[in-house]
Design a protein. Sequence first.
Length: 116
Amino acid sequence: QVRLVESGGGLVEAGGSLSLSCAASGRTFNLNIMGWYRQTPGKQRELVGIIMRGGRIEYADLAKGRFTISRDNAKDTVYLQMSSLKPEDTAVYYCNSVTDSGRYYWGQGTQVTVSS
């Protein structure tokens, strides 16, 4: 079992920056993919970006040029640095992890609110 705990959400003005972190605990030795998704009320959860154990990163178009994902394998932690935030980035951001065997884990989510 893996537990994911996000931190760092909050309120920020448009154009500002915010950093999120997600720490994994438990059976973390086989975590392959770690990443971030977000969801707003009435909409499906959407990908923000993912980072593989070896460092390869994939971003959704919404994140390219503004968001940066990084990962510390020694700490089993994934980070999301967000800049040039827009009101439409307001959402609950969820940490996600996928094991080598394809099992998914989700964090509880952290609210990010961008004021105009």
